[in-house]
Design a protein around this ligand. Structure first.
Ligand code: CA
Length: 235
């Protein structure tokens, strides 16, 4: 299950940065531009994690935090506060109000992503699991191993990252550009054809012990991992 993260933030640049990085990590995202909207959105659908700006219009982050904690449905919702304030007293106040963690702006996205994974792992162990399964394939990020129908496969580092990314959203078609951004990084110049080469290697490795091709090539669109229900009998 893909974790759903609600971003409550009013600064456009921060929203874009978060949207880009969370999407890249495979999370589902909701965006609220003020505290009131965040509360309304959470009543419609409880997120798995709330990224909450301290200084929000209409209803402040602190007040949102209080209300989230006072409602039974969201009492245990993990909250990471985003704050421009650096004073220790404010941090403690944020944590007192019920935030699970806080991060000070400007923040490093690598650090924020690590905190998000840590919070999800602590509170909902299944959500940020080190092991992803799809059909007969199991990828273990911690041990860096891939199994298909119980047999270990040997993938190169790029093929491993490609598979990890595709497995976060089985069935979704990714363009070569999206895969380049996610697997090689947005600031690295690599030809789109490189993706085809690595997809070819990944496909060969994945299908070594099986006749069922798990990678679907979508003409002029890109690639996707065939979701389990379309996979057919496991051989
Ligand atoms: Ca703000």
């Amino acid at each position: 299950m893909t974790p759903f993260i609600l971003i409550a933030e009013d600064e456009d640049s921060v929203v874009e940065l978060l949207r880009y990085n969370l999407d890249r990590e495979g999370y589902e995202i909701g965006i609220a531009r003020d505290g009131e909207e965040a509360l309304v959105m959470m009543r419609e659908r409880a997120p798995d994690l709330l990224l909450l700006d301290w200084m929000l219009p209409k209803v402040t982050g602190i007040e949102v935090c209080r209300q989230v904690r006072s409602r039974t449905e969201t009492r245990n919702l993990p909250i990471i506060m985003l704050t421009a304030r650096t004073e220790e007293a404010d941090r403690i106040r944020g944590l007192d109000t019920g935030a699970d963690d806080y991060i000070t702006k400007p923040f490093s996205t690598t650090e924020l992503m690590a905190r998000i994974r840590a919070v999800l792992r602590r509170i909902r162990p299944g959500l940020a699991d080190d092991v992803l399964r799809c059909g007969g394939v199991e990828i273990n990020r911690g041990a860096h191993t891939v199994l298909r129908n119980g047999k270990e496969l040997h993938l190169g580092p790029t093929e491993f990252r490609l598979l990890d990314y595709l497995m976060q959203r089985p069935g979704r078609v990714f363009s070569r550009e999206q895969l380049l951004d996610a697997v090689w990084g947005a600031d690295v110049y690599v030809e789109a054809r490189t993706v085809d080469v690595h997809i070819g290697r990944l496909r060969k490795a994945l299908n070594k012990y099986s006749d069922v091709d798990l990678i679907r090539t979508v003409r002029s669109a890109g690639y996707s991992l065939v979701p389990p229900k379309e996979e057919g009998p496991i051989v």
